[in-house]
Design a protein around this ligand. Structure first.
Ligand code: ZN
Length: 317
């Protein structure tokens, strides 16, 4: 399995080693040992990669023939191996749910007018006033209870059902609108509003749209319960899954995110093709994407669906 990030780091490591050797910072013995170590550590990703073969050819020109001969052989032998089918990473943010009426922080009538984000969404705020934070998330649950998935949620859910193994769906949203559009196979990077978490045993359990006040852990009966949403100042464990999807997918589709929390512009370098759909233009974000739609996600939905189909349908021929 080709791991793009690991491969890039390997390139950098090799480049750096060659530079150090050529400038006499390391001796020949250290150079050979270190290249051998890299070869062993990266044996799996060396298989079947044409770019790597090219790097090796360049290394040969640097007169390190005997060092790279074996690596070149492996890479060239595998260069003709069939490539894996295209995979698409779809990443969504607040913009897609805002169209369903879910309140967000950054909209013009946004939550920030009512709340200080650092009081209700940060570790420090939670420590200062847990009741305020519990009330805040209760209000968020009440807010989403009456909201319905829109055409963009339904389009993404339809694609995910059609290509379950070729699409990774990751969302920054904590609402359950994809689930209600019929898509259960997705990753919530920042947690879920409709679940709670036990601070004693870390059990995550469903609460739906109810108040979390007085909730008790079904596993250990603890009353030490909190919202299941990642706060500022906390680790987001699902970011590991994001990294894995970036490694494994070839096409990047971003819907409704300003890129202020996740640096989606930076991620585009790892993809062969990319699409961005946001309501407003952003000169710091748009140039990184090959296809950009400035319109509502519900209006762009049909075009986004056709774009994803273009990559995935040919894999099924
Ligand atoms: Zn518990």
């Amino acid at each position: 399995m080709l791991n793009k990030n690991t491969l890039k780091y390997l390139y950098q490591d090799l480049d750096e080693l060659i530079r150090q050797y050529n400038t006499n910072q390391i001796d020949r013995f250290s150079f050979v040992s270190e290249v051998e170590r890299l070869k062993q550590a990266n044996k799996i990703i060396l298989d079947g990669n044409e770019d790597f073969a090219e790097l090796v050819e360049n290394a040969l020109l640097e007169k390190e023939y005997e060092i790279f001969e074996q690596m070149a052989k492996i890479a060239l032998e595998n260069a003709k191996a069939p490539s894996s089918p295209s995979r698409v990473l779809i990443l969504t943010g607040a913009g897609i749910s805002a169209e369903s009426g879910v309140r967000t922080f950054r909209e013009s009538d946004g939550l920030w007018e009512e709340y200080d984000v650092m009081e209700v969404c940060s570790v420090e705020g939670f420590e200062r006033n847990p009741k305020l934070v519990a009330d805040f998330y209760d209000a968020r649950r009440r807010d989403i209870a009456s909201k319905l998935p829109n055409a963009a949620h339904e389009m993404v859910a339809r694609l995910k059902r059609k290509y379950p193994n070729q699409i990774d769906l990751l969302t920054q949203n904590v609402d359950d609108l994809f689930e209600r559009a019929g898509c259960l196979d997705l990753i919530h990077l920042h947690g879920t509003l409709t679940d709670l978490r036990c601070e004693e045993c870390q059990c995550v359990f469903e609460i739906g749209y109810k108040s979390q006040i007085g909730a008790i852990c079904p596993a250990c009966q603890s009353e030490n319960i909190r919202h299941n949403v990642v706060m500022f100042g906390e680790e987001a464990p699902m970011y590991q899954k994001l990294q894995q999807s970036i490694d494994e997918c070839d096409v990047f589709v971003v819907i409704g995110t300003s890129g202020q929390v996740l640096n989606v512009a930076w991620y585009t370098q790892w993809f062969e093709d990319s699409l961005l759909n946001n309501l407003d233009p952003d000169e710091h974000l748009d140039p990184y994407f090959k296809v950009v739609y400035h319109e509502k996600a519900t209006d762009a939905a049909e075009k986004i669906e056709a774009y994803v189909e273009k990559f995935l349908s040919k894999c099924n021929l």
